[in-house]
Design a protein around this ligand. Sequence first.
Ligand SMILES: Cc1ncc(COP(=O)(O)O)c(C=O)c1O
Length: 453
Amino acid sequence: MTIENAGAPSNLFYQSRQRRPLVGEARGIYIWDADGRRYIDGSSGAMVANIGHGNERVLDAMRTQMDKATFAYRLHFENEPAERLARMTASKMPEGLDRVFFVSGGSEAVESAIKLARQHTLAVGQPDRWKIISRYPSYHGSTLGALALTGMELMSRPFEPMMREMPKVPAPTCYLDRDGLSMEERGLRYAEMLREEIERQGAESVLGFIMEPVGGASTGALVAPDSYYRRIAEICREYGILFILDEVMTGAGRTGRFLAAEHWDLKPDIIALSKGFAAGYAPLGAMVAHNRIVEPVLANGGFIHGYTYAGNPLACAAGLAVLEEIERRALCDNAAEMGALLKTELTGLKARYPFIGDVRGKGLLTAFELVSDAQTMTPLPKAMDAHVHLVEEAYSRGLIIYSRRTRGGLEGDHFMVCPPLIVSREQIGEIMAALTDSLDAFADRFGLPRGNG
Ligand SMILES: Cc1ncc(COP(=O)(O)O)c(C=O)c1O
């Protein structure tokens, strides 16, 4: 069933883009539309459905909670799912990060991080610190505070007069650099750009630095050289600025560890979580902060911030059951193992499709980028709109992948292949078969060269 002829849609969200079929059912890594056509959820929606769809344990936990209470306002009642989820979340964080603040999504988690950081600096008597440096490209959310940190010009430009844009440093896109440096040296060079920016802004005015430890949709799963992470953390410490990790997409196991921070033993001050945290079963996110950040704020009158739905018992019951499933089924390990397999398979496609310029990612946060010249990494012509057409080829073959223009959202095309963390070896094979068919059709349509692989 499609709704193409239904006239002007009343749901504003659908007005600006191509209509899609109505969803029917979703189970495991598959979604069926209302006509019974099956799709592989090769991107877990927007890298959300980490434990797959229709998980009975999570649904049972939600039903049980629903029968008790779906809402009790946090100023009037505490609730057990929120208490248990807070404890379980804290147990998965680096030491000291055990203060959890629930929200309903990623943008809210980032907003909360910004506000806590600011209130902390006021509480410790440094009111001149208010700038949070972020990276370009990056994505931190669409509310005005999170948008001010987001490094995607096309998204923020219309709202510039209404917000205070924050300073940006280049994201460490070392794979694009053509110089004599090793990757580790490039990593250090990008990290130094943070130091330079802090100096340029005036260190006394800088409150924090925020980054996605592995890039999300804005960079297509960008992973920096190890040297970058070490140096960035040192620079934040040296200048006494807060180190904030946006783990909205990377958290809850997506990269093969519960937090991407664990790959580099990062000890941030604040972490933002959402997406895989409740894996699509409920709108939920969290900001988790170190005790040393929270205590002065509480002592200074408390955190002046909050949302009506924060700590909602039903959402927290879902989140708790999701975290239990991640543990019970060792999904972080499966993400690491299946992610390595997927990356090898995608890298293997380069021989057959010379227009695949780069394959990157960690765990099951995996992407590939298309180019017209893999040596120079020159993007495909902008007008080709590859990021639209390849996704449509895949969609018509029952495979959902997620694309964006790379390079600041302005040109270039990358594609995220990020199935749920429950994906099996055979299902990776299914994804690759549908993707290969789609790439063949895409190459034929645009007359792109083919190799012998
Ligand atoms: C890294 C990152 N931060 C924040 C957000 C915003 O999350 P939400 O769309 O749930 O508000 C996203 C969403 O894609 C994200 O990927």
